[in-house]
Design a protein around this ligand. Structure first.
Ligand code: FAD
Length: 456
């Protein structure tokens, strides 16, 4: 064997696997294969000046490279089983939480000390939300912020680089099952290992699907979440964000009984473009450093869409809707809430005249031409519901950016060790369809590393 363990993907899942392997079994030889660049070379060419929109780089620096999809994220590590994935269904609730706390300790040790841990426990907002048919989910959230998150990743890389062999810009093409262990085929050559940990995240979803097909590993189709990113003056939500930082609130619509939820709240943050397989969608982040903060808060409002027979391609559905917004707006569309409910498009004058400065340059347009009515109705209903706990949410000038899509990988069949039907082949993180967050993906990496350390 060339290596005892090969890890595919250097996102949080892969990084924390490598970290814990070094802690628990330092004698093992480990290699990490990553399609993207080292952290220091990850740069999105969009500068808003010469390059205004996505030029479809060979590997997207936002989604790929050391640190994975979350490298430039807000670095919110939610310590909860209520959202962020279903890891607890495989390893148990207590264990999942304890692993997430362990990940938090590592983050603090590697640069995150001094960052704030927010919690919904005992919050007065729970009661206030329920009074208005809104449900605040339980969580503790460590907010590293984009800047500190980057520092933690830099420090983790420094810790790993001398003992782990990293192959950057080296996508793995195939995994072949051998008599004992696995053969990993890449541009850099063919390598063998006893254990293989696959942690390829969202950007590796199509590749993961192919691997499962080739190796006949069973999979289940998952869901897609569709909606908009809301941007409003930070004061509107400050009573919530000052205490909780991020509030995950769920609302059941009266019209259809659909669940609409807030997602990824960024106090004093910025709305950003996100590129998934060449499709431009919207996301958001914020900084811990007060100098980089803005006057606005943003968060997503999402509706989950599951499909049953005969249609299975939930991600394809989400992609088509995102493509439609790209077709109409050349990228992300922005609309004032007041324009949306009056059935008219936003234009440059209406956006310019608003009492809020958008943090993302998006094309003024009409989201009702993009989002299905049922989803849009749910979002409008929730905005009015949120207005009761955060007056000002339903203001005419509240900005809605679309579309925000949260894609999920299909769920790969694994056991309680996150091991596939092939002994020693583990599928973890967002690539497994089981996790959808930094903390769950990281925890899944620790879980598998401890298992491998135990077996060796
Ligand atoms: C803009 C943005 C903001 C976010 N903010 C938050 C947040 O605040 N909190 C939160 O909990 N979550 C957030 N998320 C989600 C979070 O980043 C992911 O849940 C998390 O990164 C998943 O970790 P992972 O290791 O499973 O996968 P990833 O982080 O996606 O890493 C997978 C890695 O595998 C590599 N790869 C793929 N295919 C191959 C291959 N064939 N060969 C070699 N390498 C391959 C990719 O290049 C990538 O680097 C955010 C995501 C984005 C995009």
């Amino acid at each position: 064997m060339n290596y005892d363990v090969i890890i595919i993907g250097a996102g949080p899942g892969g990084i924390f696997s490598a970290y814990e392997l070094l802690e628990k079994a330092p004698e093992l030889s480990i290699a990490v294969f990553e399609s993207g660049h080292p952290l220091s070379k990850r740069r999105c060419p969009i500068d808003g000046d010469k390059i205004k929109s996505c030029i479809n780089c060979k590997t997207c620096s936002i989604m790929s490279g050391f640190g994975g999809a979350g490298a430039f994220s807000d670095g919110k590590y939610n310590i909860t089983n209520d959202f962020g994935g279903t890891l607890y269904e495989y390893i148990g609730k207590e264990k999942a939480l304890s692993l997430m706390h362990y990940v938090d300790e590592i983050n603090l040790k590697y640069g995150g000390e001094g960052t704030k841990l927010y919690s919904t426990a005992g919050s007065r907002f729970k009661r206030e939300c329920i009074q208005h048919d809104l449900h605040l989910l339980d969580a503790s959230v460590r907010h590293l912020g984009t800047d500190i998150n980057y520092v933690v990743l830099q420090n983790l890389y420094e810790k790993l680089k001398d003992q782990v062999e990293f192959f950057f810009d080296t996508p793995v093409e195939h995994i072949h099952v051998q008599q004992e262990g696995y053969e990993i085929v890449s541009d850099a050559g063919v390598f063998t290992c006893r254990y293989c940990v696959v942690s390829v995240g969202r950007s590796g979803s199509k590749w993961m699907e192919q691997v499962c097909k080739d190796l006949s590993i069973p999979t289940k189709s998952n869901r897609v979440d569709l909606g908009v990113r809301v941007e409003l003056p930070a004061e509107v939500f400050s009573h919530l964000t000052d205490e909780l930082y991020e509030s995950k609130i769920v609302y059941r619509t009266q019209k259809y009984g659909d669940l609409v939820r807030t997602f990824c709240m960024n106090p004093k943050g910025a709305v950003v473009n996100e590129n998934t397989n060449g499709i431009i969608t919207v996301n958001g982040h914020s900084y811990e450093d007060p100098e980089k903060q803005t006057q606005n808060t943003n968060f997503a409002l999402l509706v989950a869409k599951h499909f049953s027979e005969p249609f299975k391609d939930s991600n394809g559905y989400g992609e088509s809707i995102a493509r439609l917004s790209n077709m109409l707006g050349g990228g992300v569309i922005v609309q004032r809430f007041g324009d949306l409910i009056r059935g008219r498009r936003s234009n440059h004058d209406r956006i310019e005249g608003a009492f809020i400065t958008p943090t993302l340059k998006a094309t003024p347009g009409d989201l009702s031409l993009v989002l299905p009515k049922r989803i849009l109705d749910g979002i409008i209903e929730m905005i009015y519901a949120l207005d009761k706990i955060a007056p000002g949410t339903a203001n005419d000038d509240t900005l809605l950016y679309g579309v925000e899509v949260k894609f999920y990988n299909m769920e790969v069949a694994v056991d309680e060790h996150l091991e596939s039907c092939y002994p020693g082949l583990y599928i973890i993180g967002d690539g497994s369809g089981i996790t959808h967050s930094l903390s769950h993906a990281s925890a899944s990496g620790i879980h598998v590393a401890r298992r491998i350390a135990k077996l060796t």
